[in-house]
Design a protein around this ligand. Structure first.
Ligand code: RIB
Length: 356
């Protein structure tokens, strides 16, 4: 059996040999690591398809594109701008260019990454999206002849990939603790999207802080959001309807916090007099909003620089980082005017006593 040589891919070989593409890749790069039977099937499939090694990323990678691919979950999120800026600066200082892939639209994430990585358009991948399937990613990295990969911002839990991130759980704990220290006893959380790993981590941090302080954590105080202003705005309407309404809100990111503040204002509530709000990220707008937003500052420039540095080190010298790298950067609480001491709740009885 033969197929058109121009269109033959490693997937064709894998399908005919009835093995995974990673196994084909391994049979080519490290034949001693696969069984004799598998090796024979792969060889036969290669012969039958006319597949040549030149068609694989492995041989193409002998040439360097001097470019790294940065895949981000949503280019509309301004959070990524400073990170990209730092990545580009670091890359330029090392003689590398940067390609940006926005993973937001379309579902074929792995295929889109593959298009870049198997065609020698990029020498390494900097992935800022923790929702990419770990197994498919590992397979892709193997297909592309062990293409260097660094995950940043959003961890892929238990993957063992080189990772640079910030301390999401601890930072969320400290943001919530800030509200507790101001005397707030009922604190809501404007949660990020369910599928997002950092959103889940920040929820954990919020719950840990409440738990440690012995404060209630009612499920209706967890307001669903989507890391954007629209969802923050919409959450403010639901917040108004919550029985026993909290006096403070910790939002999973600044964009949602700002949408929430705008919604509060629309409903006639004043921040921080009626509700204190803490965000997360420290976007440029946070310091200039009215009121200026108290937030957890993520060290975005450092994160971008260190992630790019690690990736380019790996591209230039594949053995340079022996064990999986895991860098966790600390976020910093920036206190501004959107948080203040909790108002003392005056009960009807107490008011009566004061009046008499
Ligand atoms: O990872 C996505 C980022 O977008 C998060 O860190 C969060 O803060 C949001 O703005």
């Amino acid at each position: 059996m033969t197929t058109d040589r121009k269109t033959t891919t490693i997937q064709d070989v894998a399908r005919i040999a009835n093995v995974s593409t990673a196994t084909v890749s391994r049979a080519l790069s490290a034949p001693d690591k696969v069984s004799e039977g598998t090796r024979a099937r792969v060889s036969e499939a290669i012969r039958a398809t006319g597949y040549t090694l030149n068609q694989a990323g492995r041989s193409l990678r002998q040439r360097s594109a001097k470019t790294i691919l940065v895949a981000i979950p949503d280019i509309r999120n301004p959070f990524f701008s400073l990170i990209l800026d730092a990545i580009e600066r670091e890359a330029a200082s090392r003689g590398f260019g940067v390609l940006v892939l926005n993973l937001y639209f379309g579902h074929e994430t792995i295929r889109r990454l593959q298009d870049f990585l198997l065609s020698n358009r990029a020498d390494g991948l900097l992935l800022l999206d923790g929702s990419v399937d770990m197994h498919m990613l590992r397979e892709l990295a193997e297909q592309a002849a062990e293409i260097p990969l660094v995950v940043a911002c959003e961890e892929i839990p238990n993957s063992g990939f080189h990772t640079v991130l910030t301390d999401n759980v601890e930072a969320a704990e400290r943001a919530t603790q800030h509200l507790i220290d101001l005397g707030h006893r009922k604190i809501a959380h404007l949660v990020g999207p369910d599928h997002n790993v950092v959103a889940r981590e920040r929820l954990v941090g919020y719950l840990k802080a409440l738990n440690r302080a012995g404060l209630p954590a009612l499920p209706e105080w967890q307001l669903r959001g989507n890391f954007d202003m629209e969802s923050g705005f919409a959450a403010s309407a639901r917040f108004l309807g919550v029985a026993d309404r909290p006096s403070a809100v910790f939002a999973a990111n600044d964009e949602a916090a700002i949408g929430f503040l705008s919604g509060l204002r629309n409903h006639g509530l004043i921040c921080p007099r009626d509700v204190s709000v803490v965000g997360f990220d420290d976007l440029g707008v946070a310091a200039h909003y009215a009121p200026p937003l108290t937030t957890m500052r993520q060290p975005r420039e450092t994160l971008g620089r260190m992630a790019a540095e690690a990736l380019i080190d790996l591209v230039e010298n594949p053995g340079v980082i022996a064990a999986p790298l895991r860098i966790v950067l600390r976020s910093e609480l920036v206190v501004r005017e959107s948080t203040s001491r909790a108002q003392i709740q005056v009960t009807a009885k107490a008011a009566e006593i004061v009046a008499s």
